[in-house]
Design a protein around this ligand. Structure first.
Ligand code: GUN
Length: 291
């Protein structure tokens, strides 16, 4: 029987701990932990993520604020906004929603975020720390999607030590930090990507596949070893011939699920974990100020 790695029970258990931790910080600081999201332009997917963040923040007792900037804002203006938030003692965590418009260098903006307020784990300092963690220790600060995947694997008791993990996708948001986290927990890690010449040869030997490419149905049943754990980070929207809208991952779920040992559904798998890790890191950042 394939185990379906649903986020719901993990999130239910996280609700208890996040709510308690946020309440503790609120009692100490005399205010709720505060997350500020900077949203530039009007990317529709980003707008949905930001709305979900706001809703979940309220549920667990985190104050979430969104600063909206016009799509034509200059890089200097975004830098100035982030610097202002860095200096504001009422702000515990800052994220700048990606992607950013072309006139803005995302690296410059990300690295303007103060280390203590970097709840996305995208800065150079956070990246360096992630790659230099002591062996077998658990990353506590880092990019939220791979952290959420680790939390999902831990909740379902999937041990990664000694396993062959193949990550498909080499982004700074998912693929690369995922590699660091799995490696640190004892997996043997391969990162495959769009220039990998024989993707199937790589994935066929994998005990764990993490697909993060944004290409629908990239991972098909013939590429998967029976019993493998399949983590699908894809969020691909498409409209079928009948005009019906769908959200699917990077994995051909209908054909892969029957042979997998465990698989994340889309939606309801990796996606909802990300925002919970963001709130966890925001509460932790606030707790450090309170200490
Ligand atoms: N865009 C897609 N995922 C993320 C994320 O985790 N953080 C930020 N800031 N932007 C994103």
């Amino acid at each position: 029987m394939t185990v379906i790695l649903k986020a719901k029970p993990v999130i239910e258990s996280l609700t208890t701990s996040l709510t308690a931790d946020a309440a503790h910080v609120t009692a100490t600081l005399g205010r709720k932990p505060h997350l500020t999201v900077v949203l530039v332009g009007d990317d529709p997917a980003s707008a949905i993520y930001v709305r979900n963040k706001q809703r979940r923040a309220e549920e667990v007792g985190v104050q979430s604020e969104t600063i909206r900037l016009n799509a034509d804002v200059s890089q200097a203006e975004v830098v100035a906004k982030v610097q202002q938030l860095n200096a504001d003692p009422a702000v515990d965590g800052i994220i700048v929603q990606l992607p950013l418009p072309n006139q803005i260098d995302a690296d410059v903006i990300i690295n303007t975020i103060a280390d203590a307020k970097d709840v996305d784990g995208f800065t150079l300092a956070a990246t360096g720390r992630l790659w230099t963690l002591p062996k077998n220790s658990q990353a506590t600060v880092g990019p939220c999607t791979p952290l959420g995947i680790m939390a999902l694997l831990d909740y379902y008791g999937i041990d990664v030590a000694g396993k062959n993990a193949v990550i498909v996708g080499r982004s700074n948001i998912v693929g690369k930090p995922m590699a660091a986290m799995l490696l640190n927990r004892g997996a043997t890690v391969t990162i495959a990507h769009s220039q990998t010449t024989d993707l199937k040869a790589a994935t066929q030997t994998a005990d764990i596949i993490v697909a993060a490419t944004g290409r629908r149905n990239l991972i098909t049943a013939d590429m998967v070893k029976p019993g493998a754990t399949i983590i699908d980070v894809g969020m691909n929207r498409y409209v079928d011939a009948a005009g019906k809208k769908h959200l699917t991952g990077d994995v051909d779920y209908a054909n892969v699920a029957p042979i997998a040992g465990a698989i994340t559904p889309v939606p309801g798998g990796v996606g909802p974990m990300t925002v919970n890790m963001l709130l966890k890191q925001t509460i932790a950042a606030a707790a450090r100020t309170a200490a």
